[in-house]
Design a protein around this ligand. Structure first.
Ligand code: SF4
Ligand code: SF4
Length: 462
């Protein structure tokens, strides 16, 4: 059993943080004051069977089948997998391989939307709230885990790891604290911020259900200090539920990548996740705030994961905002809903600019783990000339994991994977902090990523 320390009692009195990190311009002002709006239904929904960590789901519908909103359309095909449900009522138009954000072709289910029928169901769902003080007594831990598994919930912060696995109690590694990640440290993105303002009760309910499922006696919610209104909103919901003795709000210094679990867990609990280990090794289960809200809806209303909040932002979007979107909606449809792109638009990023991959095209669908689209302009994406390393050490100071980015990048370029492996290249979370601070404009994370891929092959053979 892991040796665990309690959360320090001084949490409320100081700003928690981690070593390293960077301060990129936040650009949150573009959308942080814009309430979440429900996006219109697209004429067609595209559901790739691979939108989670693990085995792709297996379709259980065929061309011409009539489906209704919330119906299972693809079942989980292994322990680490997740089912997929139709966000719309309509007719299956086809089941075929289609382009995916990974660059591969992925088997996908295309559904033609019956807008009228779907809207009718969505209107009925609007009355199904979940309050922070939800009565937990009707639910056993097994029922909570089963409801989350059946609902196809995966990490909404981007990881897309099946949530039921993290909720399942583990006798060897008992959970004593459930942490909700409300840091949203990526520049531009404000979906979690708005959710904490607009549906705090649902998030707290999800946290309390997660604590019951895992058996954890304590909960914590990490929020950066650039969101004082979200901190106030969550505190109020905690007070209303009368759970302030078991769940606390941890205010963290605004710094990127505060939301990485290897930075957030030590900042809140003082426990370091070992290299090659995972949060359960130190008694922690950690979820994004959006995932907690989805847990609450799944347990209280048997509602599968069909929609999520996304931020459409950046100077390249005409009318940026926070939208409640159906999974499988084409990104282009959402960009058009936001007035389209500006003249200067140059590149769309899936998520935020520090860690998000470039969107190869906008005809891709929204996936469960997609928290936003950031459209950057030409002036923000102009290629910068790369110079030789001047050994300034800034990348080392910025690395939140204490790695040596300049050396790892060099080893990656020279394909010296054995040495990179010895220097812990696999611990790199590709946060991009090193590239961000490099005065020589060296795309360190790109070279390190290549070194990681080589090192992974060696590690697998060992
Ligand atoms: S080496 Fe990896 S973890 Fe460290 S700053 Fe660079 S990208 Fe982030
Ligand atoms: S920040 Fe750039 S220039 Fe400075 S040591 Fe690292 S790689 Fe070299």
């Amino acid at each position: 059993m892991a040796v665990v320390k309690p959360i320090p009692d001084r949490l409320e009195k100081r700003r928690l943080t981690f070593k390293g990190g960077v301060h990129p311009p936040e650009h949150k002002e573009i959308t942080e004051h814009k309430p979440i709006e429900r996006a219109p239904l697209p004429p067609e929904i595209f559901l790739p069977t691979a939108m989670h960590v693990g085995a792709p789901a297996t379709p259980v519908v065929a061309k011409k089948d009539v489906v209704s909103r919330a119906q299972l359309v693809a079942e989980a095909s292994g322990f680490v997998s997740a089912p997929i449900h139709s966000p719309v009522s309509g007719t299956v138009k086809d089941v075929l391989p289609l382009p995916h954000q990974s660059g591969r072709m992925v088997l996908s289910i295309v559904i033609q939307t019956d807008v009228e029928k779907t809207e009718e169901i969505i209107r009925a769902e609007a009355s199904q709230g979940v309050e922070a003080n939800i009565d937990l007594s009707p639910y056993t831990p097994e029922q909570i885990v089963r409801a989350v598994k059946d609902a196809g919930i995966v990490g909404l912060g981007g990881a897309a790891f099946p949530t039921f696995i993290k909720l399942t109690p583990n006798e060897q590694k008992p959970t004593d604290i459930v942490i909700l990640n409300g840091t949203e440290c990526e520049p531009f993105l404000t979906a979690d911020h708005r959710s904490m303002l607009e549906t705090p009760g649902r998030i707290i309910a999800g946290l309390r259900l997660a604590m019951k499922a895992t058996g954890a006696p304590r909960g914590a919610i990490g929020i950066e200090d650039n969101k004082p209104d979200a901190i106030a909103s969550m505190k109020k919901a905690l007070q209303e539920a009368n759970v302030t003795d078991r769940i606390e709000i941890c205010t963290l210094r605004t710094k990127y990548p505060q939301g990485g679990e290897r930075n957030l867990i030590p900042a809140i609990t003082g426990r370091a996740v070992p290299v090659g280990g995972f949060p359960p090794d130190v008694g922690i289960a950690i979820f994004n705030v959006g995932t907690a809200a989805a847990i609450a809806l799944a347990v209280a209303h048997s509602r599968p994961l069909m929609e999520r909040v996304m931020t459409l932002t950046g100077l390249g979007i005409k009318n940026p905002g926070n939208l409640l979107v159906q999974i499988g909606t084409p990104l282009q449809f959402l960009v058009d809903k936001c007035g389209g792109t500006t003249h200067g638009a140059s590149m769309a990023i899936l998520g935020g600019p520090m860690m998000g991959p470039t969107a190869p095209e906008l005809n891709l669908p929204v996936l469960k783990g997609m928290s936003g689209i950031t459209v950057l302009t030409h002036s923000e994406t102009r290629p910068r000339k790369e110079f030789a390393c001047i050994r300034c050490g800034r990348c080392v100071d910025a690395c939140p994991l204490g790695l040596m980015p300049s050396l790892l990048a060099r080893l990656g370029q020279r394909r010296r994977a054995e040495e990179a492996l010895r220097l812990n290249v696999l611990a790199c979370v590709e946060c991009g902090s090193c590239s961000y601070v490099c005065p020589s404009n060296i795309p360190l994370v790109q070279y390190i990523r290549s070194g990681k891929a080589q090192a992974q092959k060696i590690a697998r053979k060992k």
